[in-house]
Design a protein around this ligand. Structure first.
Ligand SMILES: *Cc1c(COP(=O)(O)O)cnc(C)c1O
Length: 400
């Protein structure tokens, strides 16, 4: 038995490798930052610019967060060795939930081990087979999995396509509750969901709106409260999910923010909350500090925006095709999967760490290098990245 399973694993791996989509994890020996140290297969260490982290506000190595975590280790210990409802809830967990809710201007929030878990638990806990969930076709894997785990009827609409959303709302009209769910920002494209239109349609068709704001919380909108703030629909989104693992320090943890009774019911029913360990105290303490910092991060948001604008302008001038927008996720379109992978390798040789994305993560023939800006990048870092892309693009005939 064991022989055959190992054999089929080996076969599956060679198929992945032949398809050119085998992911090899690069070892990093420094903290997460705009400049990182990587170790290659021969054990040689190199300093490179990092343009693929979700470190939008540059908080991943922020001394204030590190200090908050250190203090919490002393005051609250290392681990909880319990799920929340048994003996895993400290004052820090509740403070983090209250701070999260206040920041997002929602009634309450509940912390999960990750946003993957938040999305994995939210649908099954709230919806039954009498209900409908209407999901954008480009939603994150965790939303897809969460929907699979619940008994509600499933409807899918084409990405950000409001005519199709309306069609699906009509198709779902006999269901008891209709929940529209969308990513606030589609992570492969850096495109913001059309929330005003989604909220309008939801109100016309008596549906609810859920937004997963992982690639927005902390840096989109005046206060960094995310896509509802950016698009002026605060108060019209009923359920918000998000992560502490991206802009808000980048460690781990996720949340659902919503009305009090929704949050209370999730505490009773959401399986990843009930059956997985409480987030470590040090991580909670640093996440609380991260929210304080994000709320005040006016300069960082401006720098992030400026870096994105600088990179977009430089890359367009060099002749690259980008996906338009003004999000710090900036996809550099390549097309062919193998070429995208080669381009990323060449970029690393030129001292810039970026990653290629290809099918099935993006449609066939639309392979790309997804770059991500950080407020911690300097204009000089951005200039070096553009120069490296230009050199690598010329080498591979992507630009001329
Ligand atoms: C990153 C991400 C998640 C998962 O968040 P984790 O806290 O890392 O589990 C969920 N949804 C979206 C849209 C994401 O980008």
């Amino acid at each position: 038995m064991s022989g055959t399973l190992i054999d089929s694993a080996r076969n599956a791996l060679s198929e992945i490798e032949e398809a050119g989509t085998l992911k090899r994890e690069r070892i990093i020996t420094s903290p997460q930052a705009p400049v990182i140290r990587t170790r290659d297969s021969e054990g040689v260490e190199n300093e490179v610019l990092n343009f693929c982290a979700n470190n939008y506000l540059g908080l991943a190595d922020e001394p204030r967060l590190i200090n908050a975590a250190k203090q919490a280790l002393d005051s609250h210990g290392f681990g909880m060795a319990s799920v929340r409802f048994i003996c895993g809830t400290q004052d820090l967990h509740r403070t983090l939930e209250e701070r999260t809710a206040a920041y997002l201007r929602m009634e309450d929030a509940i912390v999960f081990p990750s946003c993957f878990d938040a999305n994995g638990g939210v649908f099954e806990a709230l919806l039954t087979d009498a209900d409908a969930v209407i999901s954008d076709s480009l939603n994150h894997a965790s939303i897809i999995d969460g929907i699979r785990l619940c008994k509600a009827q499933r409807f899918r609409y084409a990405n950000n396509d409001m005519a199709d959303l309306e069609k699906q709302l009509v198709a779902a009209k006999d269901c008891r509750h209709r929940l529209i769910v969308t990513d606030g920002v589609f992570s492969m494209d850096g495109i913001v969901a059309d929330l005003p239109a989604i909220c309008d349609l939801a109100e016309q068709h008596d549906a609810l709106v859920m937004v997963d704001d992982c690639h927005a919380t902390g840096f989109l909108g005046q206060r960094g409260a995310g896509t509802p703030e950016l698009r002026g629909v605060e108060g019209r989104v009923h359920i918000l999910t998000g992560t502490y693992g991206k802009a808000l320090g980048g460690a781990s943890g996720g949340y659902v923010a919503s009305a009090g009774p929704i949050v209370d019911l999730l505490r009773q029913r959401a399986r990843p909350y009930l059956f997985s360990n409480a987030v470590a105290p040090a991580v909670c303490a640093a996440a609380i500090e991260a929210i304080e910092m994000a709320e005040a991060a006016v300069d960082e948001r401006r720098r992030l925006h400026d870096n994105a604008a600088r990179f977009r302008a430089g890359m367009a001038a060099a002749g690259f095709t980008l996906i338009e927008g003004d999000h710090p996720i900036i996809p550099v379109m390549v097309g062919d999967a193998a070429l995208a992978a080669k381009l990323a390798d060449t970029m690393l040789q030129h001292g810039v760490y970026v990653i290629a994305f290809s099918y099935p993560v993006v449609p066939k023939g639309m392979a790309r290098i997804r770059t991500q800006m950080s407020a911690a990048h300097t204009p000089e870092h951005v200039g070096r990245a553009v120069a490296a892309f230009t050199q690598a693009g010329l080498e591979h005939g992507l630009i001329s």
